[in-house]
Design a protein around this ligand. Structure first.
Ligand SMILES: *Cc1c(COP(=O)(O)O)cnc(C)c1O
Length: 355
């Protein structure tokens, strides 16, 4: 059964993008791979406004989140947490045996740059972790302001989870001075799951040379070594997915234009936010609303499960609340290649179902 996905990943993948994965196989040590990687990386750098080194990982976003912990934390990590995905990153530090502290906020609230500054003044930390867009609560954190604070501390590395915002919201890696930023293929890039991408600053790369016990698969230096040698991946990468990424990036950068893509996301978000204010309430703080996913407070106490069953019959699917927020909230993702028309159609169907 085909259902258009309004969930925060995987998102709807257009047919032409799916077809971009269908070609005769070539080898990962052949020139075709070097050319594919070169084209893809150049366009990713445009999406992130950076000249930094780019990793394309054959893993989901969580893989390259783990890579950040393994390569960047030498002394002690500061994890800012305002939802489920911030928690996940702290759990990764714990499972990698790293020293860390959690700076925690109520779900629905955003992170305060001033609090990060206070923590960094102690000199205890060498790495800061922040979730740009907290998918569990529909909160977007003030990344630029946090980056400004972290930039005052030359020995501190800033790692950003932009899994559900990259290619949907502005992230200016070089201007804002972001050391590491990671995303998955199945969110705003509107690709199938299975790839993660990240940009790595020289400072983060240097840190990786100083850290021990990084494991094998996610060592930044391995990615760098094979890139320097032949612009190839260190392992047998998911070449078909990378080809789809290359194709999709062409659409993003050269056809739609990255600024237009951000504008479309903002427009879809504002439609959903207004609808939520009129019909329910917003779960996230008004000052931190996400342009890619809206978490709606289920003030009418409707059954989200039933709503989704009815929506499914009409060819759509949205997302229940995350974890403890299940049935108390529901989420509409307005990310990837979805259009204003599709969002308006979905809202109309919901109104029709709930009456
Ligand atoms: C989806 C998501 C993740 C997890 O990504 P995977 O690709 O499933 O590993 C991490 N962080 C955020 C903010 C997300 O939205």
């Amino acid at each position: 059964m085909y259902r258009k996905l309004f969930i925060p990943g995987p998102t709807e993948v257009r047919e032409d993008v799916r077809k971009a994965m269908d070609f005769p196989m070539f080898g990962h040590r052949m020139p075709e791979t070097s050319e594919l990687m070169d084209q893809t990386v150049t366009k990713l750098q445009k999406v992130l406004f950076t000249d930094n080194f780019i990793i394309i990982g054959t893993c989901s976003g969580t893989g390259l989140m783990e890579a950040a912990v393994r390569n960047c934390v030498k002394k002690k990590a500061l994890h800012s947490v305002c939802g489920a995905f911030g928690n996940r990153w702290a759990s990764i530090s714990k499972s990698c045996n790293k020293e860390f502290e959690v700076l925690e906020y109520e779900w629905g609230k955003g992170i305060s740059p001033g609090d990060i500054d206070e923590k960094l003044k102690t000199g205890e930390f060498d790495t800061v972790f922040i979730t740009h867009n907290e998918t569990s609560t529909g909160v977007m954190n003030p990344l630029k302001e946090v980056a400004e604070v972290v930039s005052k501390y030359p020995d501190v590395i800033l790692c950003v989870d932009a899994v559900s915002s990259m290619a949907g919201a502005e992230i200016r890696v070089d201007d804002w001075d972001i050391d590491y930023v990671v995303a998955s293929s199945q969110k705003c890039f509107a690709l199938p799951p299975g790839l993660a991408v990240a940009s790595v600053s020289e400072k983060a790369m240097q840190r990786s040379t100083e850290v021990e016990d990084k494991g094998y698969y996610f060592d930044f230096l391995a990615y760098k070594k094979y890139w320097d040698k032949a612009k190839q991946p260190s392992i047998t990468a998911a070449l078909n997915l990378i080809a789809a990424l290359n194709y999709q990036l062409d659409k993003i950068v050269n056809k739609e234009g990255i600024e237009n893509r951000f504008k479309r996301h903002a427009e879809m978000a504002s439609i959903v936010q207004n609808w939520a204010r009129e019909n329910f309430a917003l779960f996230a703080d008004e000052n931190n609303l996400s342009p890619t996913v809206t978490c709606i407070d289920n003030t009418k106490g409707i059954s989200i499960k039933n709503l989704n069953e009815e929506l499914s019959k009409r060819g759509a699917f949205l997302s229940n609340g995350y974890g403890n927020l299940k049935e108390k909230t529901f989420r509409i993702a307005h990310m990837g290649d979805l259009t204003v028309e599709e969002i308006e159609w979905l809202l109309g169907e919901i109104e029709d179902i709930i009456g």
